[in-house]
Design a binder for this molecule. Sequence first.
Ligand code: HEC
Length: 134
Amino acid sequence: MTHIKTLAALAAFALLASPALADEPGPGGTKPVIPKNGEETYKMVCQACHMADAKGATGAGTFPALAGNDKLGTAEYPIFMVVNGKGGMPYFYDTMSPQQIAEVVTYVRTHFGNAYKDPVTAAQVKAIMDARGK
Ligand code: HEC
């Protein structure tokens, strides 16, 4: 019985709470949060698998380290991975813009012990997207 009362109280609370949420601006509101730069994209998208320190993880799957990763030396390699995915790595060609991918790849290539100074451009990403016949 008390269980049902609790549920009813929760339902009433949800009804009261939802109209206020609808016009709340910024995070916590109904609009999706759009990352502003490569660092934010990393934190919102990549970190879940590659970890905050980019050292990867092994558990239910294997998530390779991006920290100190020589394969990032060739910009096309990480661009290709983010655009096309591979195995447990999702593809992002249809959810991220070339600019956003350029920023996040530049971010991982210049952080976590990687020091590849040449910034990745949206044009480089676009070329790889075009190559997949998007
Ligand atoms: C759902 C989990 C997941 C997410 C999210 C994810 N990755 Fe990955 N990533 C993986 C896995 C798993 C692999 C290994 C794929 C393989 O080689 O089979 C990988 C591989 C990579 C590689 C190649 C590493 C190597 O040594 O070969 C790069 C670069 C990479 N990811 C970058 C990113 C970036 C940048 C993001 C964010 C835009 C991201 N990943 C988001 C799971 C993820």
